[in-house]
Design a protein around this ligand. Structure first.
Ligand SMILES: Cc1cc2nc3c(=O)[nH]c(=O)nc-3n(C[C@H](O)[C@H](O)[C@H](O)COP(=O)(O)O)c2cc1C
Length: 172
């Protein structure tokens, strides 16, 4: 069975663009072909979230930037699960106005370290996101496509599939 890449749509706002950004990334990851890709939209009420996290071997958080931070929905999701994140790699796809969500991602790196996750370096980002995708949800942003490919490579390298052997797996 292929390792599972769990992609989380981090915005829940009415009129959000998050699903467009996430769908673009999912197409890159599916085309890469190594991971089985599963998507969790935080707008959906999902009592099975802890199990979904537990069944994923690596993650990508798709995050907007709001007032130089990431979304409250993402913080709630990260805080709602404890052990199931541990010993797994995480990457980010960010978007926003001027800074493409880079500031949101730097904050997320601090939080995921506390969850015993390894954040990978490369992260596609979209500034002026409303203009970054055409009506089919495609982008011509070559830098973002390169960053997505590198991020998937890095997540693939870090994924182990035996997170239960991580030294902090059951620490309180
Ligand atoms: C309350 C609010 C605050 C925002 N603050 C920032 C910001 O600090 N930096 C930025 O680049 N974009 C900012 N934006 C622009 C958003 O990143 C942009 O609207 C994006 O589409 C939001 O993601 P969403 O559509 O998935 O909710 C802000 C938007 C909102 C609604």
């Amino acid at each position: 069975m292929a390792p599972v890449l769990g992609v989380i749509i981090g915005s829940v706002r009415e009129g959000r663009i998050g699903p467009t950004v996430a769908a673009w990334f999912v197409r890159q990851a599916v085309a890469d072909g190594r991971f089985e890709v599963r998507v969790q939209d935080l707008r959906d009420d999902d009592g099975g979230f802890t199990r979904w996290v537990g069944e994923s071997d690596a993650f990508v958080l798709v995050t907007p930037e709001y007032n130089h931070g990431y979304s409250a929905a993402l913080k709630g999701a990260l805080d709602s699960v404890k052990y199931e994140w541990r010993g797994k790699p995480v990457g980010f796809v960010s978007y926003g106005g001027s800074a493409g969500g880079a500031r949101a991602v730097e904050q997320l790196r601090q939080v995921v370290a506390e969850l015993h996750m390894a954040s990978v370096r490369d992260a596609p980002l979209f500034a002026r996101v409303k203009k970054a995708f055409d009506e089919n949800g495609d982008t011509t942003d070559g830098a973002a496509m390169d960053a997505a490919a590198r991020m998937i490579d890095q997540l693939w390298w870090w994924r182990r599939g035996d997170a239960s052997t991580y030294p902090g797996a059951r620490l309180r």
